[in-house]
Structure formats: structure tokens, C-alpha cells
Write a new protein. Structure first.
Length: 212
């Protein structure tokens, strides 16, 4: 049985990213895999790469040696047959929690060796889900498409074949009237959440099933 690790890198459990990650994990499960969902922001404290270069030494080659909340996650990914990553867009990039995992996941396999730039012998398919306030139609114009291409390239080089799923125009809060947020149309946000978001959940489910 295939083993899928699904990571929610949003601090808001039960919200957009987390629901999409769950839907993708459900798709993988119903396609016959076991799926372990991990909420990054529930873990013990962790940090990004600290540049110790332990992963470049012969004894611990290719393995992040930093010991914190992410160690077990990295171990699980090492044994997995597929990986689901989900992160909201924060300030034009992914969350700090996502970046910490991403740095350590990718850098441990990067060798600085001309003959063998990637030492990961267990490449696995990746589904990378990202959500944002802004609409998908402006991703290209504001540089998000290029930013996501960068992630796809790195993931494909060091983790495995990657697919990207984007979900824009998300509902950010239940009640927009509590805030002085003049840039949003709360009615449009609600409608989008009720009409378009369920289709995104279905898409995530299908992507998840496709990982298996
Ligand atoms: C700190 C912070 C920064 C954000 N920056 C952006 C941004 O640059 N572009 C954007 O489209 N949305 C931005 N958002 C909105 C989130 O990406 C969006 O609401 C996302 O769907 C939230 O995911 P969640 O519901 O899983 O928490 C930001 C939200 C927060 C809290």
C-alpha cells in the first residue's frame, strides 16, 4: 500500500489550505493509499536550515541532522511514496513554516557536486497546493506564476515530479463586516467560497488520487 504524507503549512487549521490538503489526502486514500496529514503549525517548534552542512558530511550524507519539530516530518517524507504540500500565499511567497520545511527538504539532497547534483535516491511525486486572496487571473501579471515555476523546478530536481494546484480568491474571514477592509467585496467572496471553492476541493481530491 502506498504511503502519502500531506502537509498543511497554513496556521489556520480547517480553513482553505487545510481543507484542500485534506481533500487531496482523501483522494489519495480512496485511491488505495494511506495518508498521514501533518499540520506544520501544530508541531513542536522548528526552524529552517541553519547551514550546519551536516547533510553534506559522509556519515549523514543527504539527511538533515537538525533536531526539532521537523525532524520526524522529514523522516516520514523519506519513507513516503508521495507528498502533498499546501501553503497559503503570504506576502507574495509561501508561509514561514512552509519555507522552513522546504529549505530543509531540498537542501539535504543538494550536493554541490558537479557529477551528482542531487543525492536523493527516493524521488516521489509531489502535489503542491497554494491558496491566495488574489484571483488566479492575475497570477502571471504579479509574478506568482514565475514564483510557483521556481518551486516546481526545485521540487522536480530534488524531491520528484511536481504538479501545482492554485486556488485564488479565497474567503479570508467568516465576517468581513468586522474589519475595515475596503478592497474586498464580501458578497463576491462568499459566493466564490460557496460556488468555486467546492470545485477546487474536487480538483484537489482528483490530484490526490492521481498521486497514487
Ligand atoms: C500574513 C499574510 C500575508 C498574505 N499575503 C498575501 C499576498 O501577498 N497575496 C495574496 O494573494 N494573499 C495574501 N494573503 C491571503 C492568504 O494567502 C489567503 O487568505 C489564503 O487563502 C489563506 O489561507 P488559509 O485560509 O488556509 O489560511 C495573506 C494572508 C496573510 C495572513
Amino acid at each position: 500500500m502506498k504511503n502519502i504524507v500531506a502537509i498543511n503549512a497554513s496556521p489556520r487549521i480547517g480553513w482553505n489550505t487545510s481543507q484542500l490538503v485534506e481533500a487531496a489526502a482523501k483522494g489519495a486514500k480512496e485511491a488505495g493509499a494511506v495518508a498521514d496529514i501533518i499540520d506544520l503549525y501544530k508541531l513542536e517548534p522548528f526552524q529552517g536550515c541553519i547551514s550546519c552542512f551536516g547533510c553534506k558530511l559522509p556519515k549523514t550524507f543527504g539527511r538533515c541532522v537538525s533536531k526539532d519539530g521537523l525532524s520526524e516530518v522529514l523522516d516520514k517524507i523519506r519513507k513516503a511514496d508521495g507528498l502533498i504540500l499546501g501553503s497559503p500565499n503570504y506576502l507574495g511567497n509561501m508561509t514561514a513554516g512552509f519555507r522552513a520545511l522546504y529549505e530543509r527538504l531540498v537542501f539535504q539532497s543538494l550536493t554541490y557536486n558537479k557529477e551528482r547534483p542531487n543525492c536523493n535516491e527516493h524521488m516521489i511525486p509531489v502535489l503542491f497546493i497554494t491558496t491566495s486572496n488574489c484571483d488566479e487571473s492575475i497570477y502571471n501579471k504579479i509574478g506568482y506564476t514565475a514564483m510557483l515555476e521556481g518551486y516546481k523546478n526545485m521540487l522536480e530536481r530534488f524531491v520528484g515530479p511536481a504538479k501545482i494546484m492554485i486556488c485564488g480568491n479565497t474567503l479570508q474571514v467568516d465576517d468581513y463586516s468586522k474589519y475595515d477592509w475596503t478592497v474586498f467585496d464580501p458578497v463576491q467572496k462568499k459566493v466564490n467560497h460557496e460556488v468555486a471553492f467546492p470545485l477546487k476541493l474536487k480538483e484537489a481530491y482528483e490530484f490526490g488520487a492521481g498521486l497514487v
